[in-house]
Every structure is written in structure tokens, then in C-alpha cells.
Design a protein around this ligand. Structure first.
Ligand code: NAP
Length: 508
């Protein structure tokens, strides 16, 4: 045990662990130094006696064993973030911006290795994983630009002997809890604005995919980020996550994950009134009107549905197609789906990798089986096998509102279709969900695009477009999809507080 600044550290420091398997050397090649299997606490790599395995969803092979950190070390991370906060916030914004820009550049330099790491622990095809690395870096680039634009205000006073200024300050140490489906981007979408604003961070990645977050901590370390500014802890979710969100050191919690866990987090944070932002689940409608360019609609549908094997909060979940064109749209979609290659993400032409684990397969199976039992028609594919994480695409027609597949996030490569007759019916069906993250609509009619976009109860809309996530736009939902916005200049709002200063000015 080493003691650093009053904190207890168990120093592991094993950058190339004993169990480092050949699969990782093959996948990462010269990037193997990115693989870290210890946590990053106060600028030190910290191990633990208890560890849990991180498995490759394509092969089941154990990639690494990461710490199930004891509470005392999680506390160390919280204390480290609190201690680092005053100095980090005091740095000139240009310096914080410079760090973010350097980190983004390093991510670009190492995009192939980082992509291979994402593919190894998440399963998505390598090209998609490299795309995620670029997308993740774009948040750091964007917030490097925003860091130097955290403006305050001066306001006209009502009295001549007063001056009113409004300072915009960092909220304080933050806790992040992130999901497994975009292990790099879900972190940097929070890390970018937090570090830009002058906040410090303790992040807890998902149990399935901690290696990408640890690799990014490794990059931050290499680039000389001051100790304690960014800490990563891993371990049993309810215990370690619970420790973070109930900590008195934490002023803001940013969570991305399921609505169910989001509710738990909001409740737990209430006791010490930490600020919370919640990026939660979705149940996106994908509307195809008869006046749409159907080829464009199919192209948008493919990306909105099959990216990350359908395991995305913005995945198109419910396809609503105007009756007159439903047959033709279905035919065109199935023709394109037949070209998709379902394979281990390292296969060069893979378009769909494995689902994250067997539970995910079981959920997709249950939803498809149940829909078929209730009368849905299998237009393409079959009920997925229980024992295989590589799931072939499925297309179902005749979905009805009583089916769980209509209500729940599928999180798999399944197209669930039903038809509508009028615009009003399409809007009513689209809004028939507790979620409100994103919707897609395909139409050539400019007035309809505006009418429907205004009527949909969601935080984001793609019009003839299936891929809308981008650093300069505010990402987030309404209803049970949460609140808060990530990305864009609004993305800084959650990480800053206003301080109003009223100064009395005596006459000369
Ligand atoms: P999840 O089960 O809610 O887990 C998300 C994170 O919360 C993980 O780090 C998880 O840790 C942790 N966690 C679980 N139980 C916890 C608890 N009791 N206390 C504290 N932390 C806890 O969600 P997921 O299955 O990883 O991700 C899929 C969900 O995320 C979907 O609903 C998807 O729509 C949503 N999502 C939303 C967005 C968005 O921006 N709106 C983006 C991506 C994903 P462990 O993994 O270690 O259990």
C-alpha cells in the first residue's frame, strides 16, 4: 500500500497483464500498451484483490480482469477529484482547451488501436468502432473550442452606484456513469464539457466495456493531465455507482443508461441535491410517408436500425409506414438487409457484430417470439437462437400496440413494422410511448416535415436522415428518455453555475 497525499493507493501498474491474450495482440498490434486493467485514481494505476473478467462478445475470451474496487479506493478517487478541482478550475481556459485538443489528436493518431479495443470488448465491427473513436474525439475538439467561450455577463443596474456582473463557474467534481454500447463516445460527450468548464471527474464505465475508458485515462495520463482531474473506477455497479452518486464531494452526476437505473440515480442523488442529467432509453419511431424517396428512406433505415447491431438508444425501434407504400418499402429494405454481413467485428466486411451478451439475445428472442405469437408476420429472418450472440436481422410486419416489442427498446437487429393511413394517425402512433428521445421521418413534402417534426414528442428528429448524432447539436430526450443535453454549446450548461456579483461603486 502506498500513501499519496493522505489517500490509500494499492499500486498495480500492470500495463501488460499476465493474462494478456493473443487475441488482443492480434487485434491491437502496436496498440497493446492501450490495454490497461487497473483503475486510474489520483493519477496512479490502482489494482485490487477482487477482479471481474471483461469478455470478448464475439469469442467469449477473457480480455482482461479489472478491479472490483473496494469502497475505500472509490473514496480515494472522490477525494482526488475534490482535491484537484481548485487548481484545475484556476487554469486559464486556453490551457484546458489545449489539453482537450491534444487528447482528441492522440485519439485520432491511435484510432485503429482504440477501435480494435472497442471491437474486442463491445463487439461492433472495426470500421464502426473506428467511427466511434472519431465521433468520441469530436466531442473533445468541440469542447476545446467551447472552453474559451464560457462567457459571463454584465447587466445594467437599476442604481447608478451599483455594477452587476454574472460569473460563469464550474459546478465542481462530477461523477459519470456510462453504458457499454458506445464506450468511448458516451464518456467523451461528458468529459469534454466537464474539463472545458473546469470540473474534475470520477467515471465509472459499464462492467462489459471498461477497457476503452481505461485506455482513454491512459492517454490523458500520457498527455500529463494533472493527477485527480480524471479518475476511473470499476466495480460492482450498485455499490461503486451508488458510492459515487451519494458522495458529498460530487456536485454533478451525469448518467447514460437505462431509464430504470436513471430513476434510481435521481432518487439517490436527492439526499445531497447533486445536479443530475440523465440520457436514458428510447423507443424511436421511424415514419415513412408515401411521398418519401423510398431508396433514401431505406438507406436511413439501415443506419438508424443496424448501427451497433441495433444496440443504440437512438435505434429505430418502431417502423410506421404509410399503407400504400408498405409493401414496396418492405421489399426494398429486405433486399438491402440481405447484403448485411453478420460476423465477428474483426471480419473485414462485417456489418453487424454480436450482441453484447446472452441476456441481450434472450431479450430480443422474447420480443420476437411474443410478437409472432400475437400475430406479427415474419417477413425476413427467424426467431434468434438462444445460444448464439451473432443475431441475423429480422423483419416483422403487423405489429400492434399490445405487443411488448411496441413498448420496449428492442436493442437488437429487428425491424418491427406496422402501417398507418393518415398523417394524424402516424403522429398519434409515434407518440404512443413513454419515451421521447428521437424520431425519424421520411417525406419529400416540406410542409409535412415541419408539421410532423413539431408534433413529435421527442428531443431529436432526423428528417430523411438516419444518423443525426453530432458534436455541435444538443443530444438528449424528453419524457422517460431523461433530461439535460450533451454536445453543442448547451452541453456546457450542466457543468457550469452562475454567480451574480453586485458591486457598490462610490462616487469619486
Ligand atoms: P444500464 O444497465 O442502465 O447501465 C448503465 C450504467 O449504469 C452502467 O455503467 C451500469 O453498470 C450502471 N449501473 C447499473 N445499475 C446501477 C445502479 N444500481 N447504480 C449505479 N449504476 C448502475 O444500461 P446499459 O444496459 O448499460 O445501456 C443500455 C441503455 O442505455 C439503453 O436503455 C440505452 O437506450 C441507454 N442509452 C442511452 C443513451 C442516451 O444518450 N440517451 C446513450 C446510450 C445508451 P454495469 O454495466 O457495471 O452494470
Amino acid at each position: 500500500m502506498a500513501v499519496a497525499g493522505g489517500m490509500r493507493f494499492r499500486v498495480g501498474g500492470n500495463r501488460a497483464p499476465r493474462w494478456y491474450p493473443s487475441i488482443m495482440s492480434d487485434a491491437l498490434g502496436p496498440g497493446r500498451d492501450l490495454l490497461r486493467s487497473d483503475c486510474y485514481v489520483g493519477g496512479i494505476w490502482v489494482g485490487a484483490d477482487e477482479r471481474f473478467p471483461v469478455e470478448d462478445p464475439s469469442t467469449g475470451e477473457v480480455l482482461a480482469r479489472v478491479p472490483d474496487l473496494p469502497d475505500a479506493v472509490v473514496d480515494d478517487a472522490l477525494v482526488a477529484a475534490a482535491r484537484a478541482f481548485p487548481a484545475w478550475r484556476a487554469r486559464p481556459a486556453h490551457e484546458r482547451a489545449g489539453f482537450l485538443a491534444r487528447m482528441a489528436a492522440r485519439m485520432h493518431d491511435r484510432e485503429r488501436e482504440l477501435g480494435a479495443l472497442i471491437t474486442a470488448e463491445n463487439g461492433k465491427p472495426l470500421a464502426e468502432a473506428v467511427g466511434e473513436v472519431r465521433y468520441a474525439a469530436s466531442f473533445l475538439e468541440w469542447f476545446a473550442g467551447e472552453a474559451v467561450r464560457v462567457y459571463g455577463e454584465t447587466l445594467p443596474a437599476t442604481r447608478s452606484d451599483q455594477r452587476i456582473t454574472v460569473l460563469r463557474e464550474p459546478v465542481g467534481p462530477c461523477a459519470f456513469i456510462t453504458p457499454w454500447n458506445f464506450p468511448a463516445a458516451m464518456l467523451t460527450r461528458k468529459l469534454g464539457p466537464a474539463l472545458a468548464a473546469g470540473c474534475t471527474v470520477v467515471a465509472k464505465p459499464a462492467e462489459a466495456t471498461p477497457l476503452t475508458t481505461l485506455a482513454l485515462a491512459g492517454i490523458a495520463d500520457e498527455l500529463g493531465l494533472p493527477a485527480g482531474v480524471f479518475n476511473v473506477v470499476t466495480g460492482e455497479a450498485a455499490r461503486v455507482g451508488g458510492h459515487l452518486i451519494t458522495s458529498r464531494w460530487i456536485r454533478k452526476i451525469s448518467f447514460t443508461g437505462s431509464t430504470e437505473v436513471g430513476r434510481l440515480i435521481q432518487r439517490a442523488a436527492a439526499d445531497h441535491l447533486a445536479r443530475v442529467s440523465l440520457e436514458l432509453g428510447g423507443n424511436a419511431p421511424f415514419l415513412v410517408f408515401a411521398d418519401a424517396d423510398l431508396d433514401r428512406a431505406v438507406a436511413a433505415a439501415l443506419i438508424a436500425k443496424f448501427r451497433n447491431a441495433g444496440q443504440s438508444c437512438v435505434a429505430a425501434n418502431r417502423f410506421l409506414v404509410e399503407g400504400r407504400v408498405a409493401g414496396l418499402f418492405g421489399e426494398k429494405l429486405v433486399a438491402e438487409i440481405k447484403k448485411l454481413v453478420v460476423a465477428d467485428g474483426r471480419t473485414p466486411n462485417a456489418s453487424i457484430g454480436p450482441l453484447i451478451n446472452r441476456d441481450a439475445v434472450a431479450k430480443v428472442r422474447r420480443l420476437v417470439e411474443d410478437a409472432v405469437a400475437r400475430g406479427a408476420r415474419l417477413v425476413h429472418g427467424a426467431v434468434p437462437a438462444a445460444d448464439h450472440q451473432l443475431v441475423e436481422p429480422v423483419v416483422l410486419a403487423g405489429i400492434t400496440s399490445d405487443m411488448p416489442i411496441w413498448r420496449e427498446e428492442i436493442f437488437g437487429p429487428v425491424v418491427a413494422m406496422r402501417t398507418f393511413a393518415t398523417e394524424a394517425e402516424a403522429i398519434a402512433l409515434a407518440n404512443d410511448t413513454e419515451y421521447g428521445l428521437v424520431a425519424y421521418l421520411c417525406s419529400r413534402d416540406a410542409s409535412r416535415q415541419v408539421r410532423v417534426a413539431e408534433a413529435l414528442e421527442v428531443g431529436m428528429i432526423g428528417v430523411n436522415e438516419g444518423l443525426i448524432s453530432t458534436a455541435q447539436a444538443p443530444f438528449g430526450g424528453v419524457k422517460q428518455s431523461g433530461y439535460g443535453r450533451e454536445g453543442s454549446h448547451h452541453g456546457l450548461d450542466d457543468y457550469t453555475v452562475y454567480k451574480y456579483v453586485n458591486t457598490r461603486v462610490e462616487p469619486a
